[in-house]
Design a binder for this molecule. Structure first.
Ligand code: GH3
Ligand code: MG
Ligand code: MG
Length: 357
């Protein structure tokens, strides 16, 4: 019994770690894509089959394992779609591999009951995750215990098997719950840290670190593909005055609205970043000097025409200066795009601001 317990728990834990590693870049939950749900369903269906290979043979046809815990994990992760696939695989495998008899038909009935109840519990949005898991495990243990009572005819044997089954199910369910929450929390933390390390918290644009990485990638790619690459460097004019006159919160509101103008004016695949303070960059992929100037002019004009609303329902005007650099039109070295755009911006500021250089 202890052997079975260890082997079944180890298989489940290993597969859960594998799944968490495989799906690290996305959240696994009821909002996942159908493809993700199908893979999770398949994975835990096959896991359940593996658990059935590591079963305890109670009699000629009766077997005991923790396949329904694999079903609970699948349901807990992604809801009905993955749950159905896992349940389907378990049902088919139980009938085909072990044959059709009283024990396998009772097992299918038990599977159906657990599947239905687990899905009702899983779709009850008011329940916290912990309670969902507890209720699902309770349904599994009670329903499986009833199956054992129905199938084992000798009372003293029934009692012994029931005790062993309930005890081991409880232990495995608790272990799996801790692994499940640990894996879920670790993945969520990983996604959050990944996002925080590349996204500017105020505007939602890329931050300086991500800009650096993406510009280096783009610079390396254009040489190989002999394509154009342009860079805009933008700096709001006299922005310090906004902070000094209206306060930092108003300054932040301006930065947010400015970033919205950038997103709405640039093309969907342009890479827009806030590199710090009121300095922004736009990497224009496959864009030559003429096209870059056009986009820069559109931005300058849209900012000039816009009324920025700040605290106390005040509306103010702001302008932006833009430095443009372009490969291969203005420099034959894409690694110099940043330096050239910076120099151009410096000139734009010195020439009076609200202009493109
Ligand atoms: P210029 O036309 O020469 O660019 O003048 P400027 O006032 O825009 O430039 P300066 O570099 O002197 O001032 C930038 C100001 O941006 C200084 C700082 O208070 C403000 N700032 C930097 N980061 C933030 C931020 O996250 N939020 C707000 N509200 N202000 C910021
Ligand atoms: Mg400025
Ligand atoms: Mg500045």
């Amino acid at each position: 019994m202890l052997n079975l317990l260890l082997i079944n728990a180890s298989i489940l834990i290993s597969i859960m770690y594998l799944a968490s590693h495989f799906f690290r870049e996305q959240k696994i939950d009821s909002k996942s894509t159908i493809k993700t749900k199908a893979i999770i369903g398949l994975l835990f269906g096959l896991t359940a089959c593996l658990l059935m290979f590591n079963r305890i043979d109670l009699s000629e046809n009766m077997i005991m394992d923790f396949r329904l815990i694999a079903l609970i994990v699948s349901t807990f992760y992604c809801g009905t779609v993955s749950s159905f696939i896992t349940a389907f695989i378990i049902g088919i495998f139980r009938l085909v591999y072990f044959g059709i008899n009283d024990a396998s038909l009772t097992a299918i009935l038990n599977l159906t009951v657990v599947f239905i109840f687990c899905n009702v519990i899983s779709s009850t949005s008011a329940l916290p995750l912990k309670k969902k898991y507890i209720y699902m495990s309770a349904v599994n243990i009670i329903s499986s215990a009833i199956s054992i009572i129905l199938l084992v005819k000798e009372p003293h044997l029934t009692f012994k098997i029931l005790c062993e089954y309930i005890f081991s199910s409880l232990i495995v369910s608790v272990i799996i719950y801790f692994v499940l929450t640990y894996v879920r929390n670790t993945n969520e933390l990983y996604l959050k840290l990944k996002q925080d390390s590349s996204i500017d918290f105020l505007t939602g644009l890329y931050n300086l670190r991500e800009f650096d990485r993406l510009l280096n990638n783009a610079a390396a790619a254009v040489v190989k593909k002999s394509e154009s690459l342009s860079l805009l460097m933008l700096d709001l004019d006299y922005f310090k005055k906004v902070n000094d006159t209206f306060g930092h919160t108003s300054g932040d509101m301006v930065l947010k609205q400015f970033s919205e103008i950038l997103v709405n004016t640039c093309r969907s695949f342009d890479i827009i970043s806030r590199n710090g303070g009121e300095e922004f960059t736009v990497i224009l992929l496959g864009c030559n000097y003429e096209q870059a100037l056009n986009i820069a002019e559109n931005i300058r004009k849209n900012v000039e025409d816009y009324f920025f609303f700040i605290e106390n329902n005040i509306k103010i005007k702001i302008t932006v200066s833009i430095g443009v650099s372009s490969y291969p039109d203005k420099t034959d070295n894409p690694n110099l795009l940043l330096k050239k755009a910076d120099e151009a911006l410096y000139i734009a500021k010195n020439q009076g601001r609200n202009r493109i250089e």
